[in-house]
Write a protein that binds this ligand. Structure first.
Ligand SMILES: [Zn+2]
Ligand SMILES: [Zn+2]
Length: 446
């Protein structure tokens, strides 16, 4: 093309970011001679949708610094980025911009804010935004219900669902039911879960997807009905995905069902050959049942597959609003020496309170000393140590973790919340854990 205008350039940026190639999108954006608001917005949205939230907020900042007008789309991108990061200070800042630019009453922006605050661990703030919204649609309700569910506030979630369908006359969709079933599951409400699962199809004509089955399996499994959960999976007409089998494997761990676990793991190994978490979980279950021969078989399998550990990462928003990243066993943080020193002192203090590291959380074939060394380097512990270092006792600490929290870190957090009188909120890949006075909101089931 001889003449390329900003629309042409922006279309290419959008096309690259939709195909997940942000590097090429960046390059095209860089070469675009005149950038308008739509072009900048395309970059914010692209980064947010491709799970690069830090970049999304950087570009959003640049837009603001250049005095660009923000619209519903760029705001939604920034809101989604804050939700992914769980960054509270940034979240408040984005809400201020939304209100200042006249999008405070926009239903799309508002629904995003509800989701954002819930994912940042500020569930009451999410509720405040929700209650203040004049117009609410199915996305607004679904975000609020899912938020309440992930924070373990099941009865509130169910009450809101009833209000939605009976008083507000908003028709639920498949996303709404994920939230409702999740709420039932986290609270062990088996009867209610069965009721809504049936109602979804019979009353609203929504065919359950594999995700809904995963919620039901989780619900039955947590409640100890592992055999029934297995029957449900076997009765499925659609093909169960990794989430369904994964929920069942989790239930086998909680209730020590090593025989069912072996069957379930076979399916998972086929569906997710790279997923090391499944091997770890199975070998933990077998180890708890004392089946050491089989544990070593699983370990051999892991070595044969040359599985690399999923990179565990924890995020923590510092005083300055900067998001600090911690990887397991990482020395990259500029204050790594202090962080480690604080952590070792903390562990020593907890040991006086009866803390014994849960070595079975490490499945590698290494000696106990090495296991202790690996455990103390878990990413959420590094983030916690940095938080205590910079905020001190008596504060609320919010940590975002990309994987399931391990038994040892869970115990560690519980004890720290008591010994240091801090409230710790950890978001792992499924739910929130609120640690306070030595207890966790999940009640030990996660
Ligand atoms: Zn851990
Ligand atoms: Zn917990």
């Amino acid at each position: 093309m001889v003449v390329k205008d900003v629309i042409t350039w922006t279309s290419i940026v959008v096309a690259y970011s939709r195909s997940g190639d942000m590097r090429s999108a960046e390059e095209v954006f860089g070469r675009c001679p005149v950038k308008d608001m739509v072009a900048w917005t395309a970059m914010v949205t692209g980064y947010a949708q491709n799970a690069m939230p830090v970049k999304a907020l950087e570009v959003f900042d640049q837009m603001a610094a250049l005095g660009m007008v923000v619209d519903e789309v760029s705001l939604t991108g920034a809101i989604s980025a804050c939700a992914q990061l769980g960054a509270v200070r940034r979240a408040v800042w984005v809400q201020e911009i939304a209100e200042r630019t006249g999008f405070g009453n926009n239903v799309v922006v508002g629904s995003g804010l509800v989701d954002m605050y819930a994912k940042c661990g500020l569930i009451d703030e999410a509720r405040k935004v929700f209650d203040g919204m004049q117009e609410k649609n199915v996305y607004t309700y679904s975000s609020m219900i899912a938020g309440l569910a992930s924070h373990g506030r099941a009865s509130e979630a169910i009450a809101l669902f009833e209000e939605m369908v009976n008083r507000a006359n908003v028709e639920p969709n498949h996303v709404t039911f994920i939230g409702v079933l999740m709420a039932c599951s986290h609270a062990g409400m088996v009867g209610e879960g069965r009721y809504y699962f049936a109602q979804m199809k019979d009353k609203y004509g929504i065919m359950p997807s594999a995700d809904h089955y995963a919620c039901m399996v989780d619900l039955l499994g947590r409640a100890g009905l592992v055999d029934e959960a297995l029957d449900l999976v076997r009765s499925m007409t659609l093909k169960p995905h990794g989430g369904v089998w994964g929920a069942l494997l989790g239930a086998c761990r909680i209730h020590g069902k090593s025989e069912i676990a072996k069957v379930v793991a076979e399916h998972l190994f086929k569906l997710e050959p790279e997923g090391i978490g499944n091997y770890v979980l199975l070998s933990n279950i077998l180890a708890s049942a004392g089946k050491w021969d089989e544990v070593s078989k699983v370990r051999k399998l892991m070595r044969k597959q040359r599985l690399k550990k999923d990179p565990a990462v924890s995020l923590f928003e510092g005083r300055d609003g900067l998001v600090h990243q911690f990887f397991a066993g990482d020395n990259a943080h500029p204050r790594t020496q202090e962080i480690k020193k604080t952590l070792l002192e903390l562990a020593a203090k907890l040991k006086l309170e009866g803390y014994v590291p849960i070595l079975s959380s490490i499945v590698y074939d290494v000696n106990d000393e090495e296991k202790q060394r690996l455990l103390i380097g878990h990413s959420e512990k590094l983030a916690l140590s940095f938080a205590l270092l910079t905020f001190g006792s008596g504060c609320t600490i919010r940590i975002i973790k990309n994987l399931r929290i391990c038994d040892d870190c869970h115990l560690f957090m519980r004890l720290v919340s008591r010994v240091e009188s801090v409230e710790i909120i950890v978001r792992d890949n499924v739910r929130f854990h609120h640690f306070k006075n030595g207890e966790c909101s999940c009640g030990g089931f996660w």
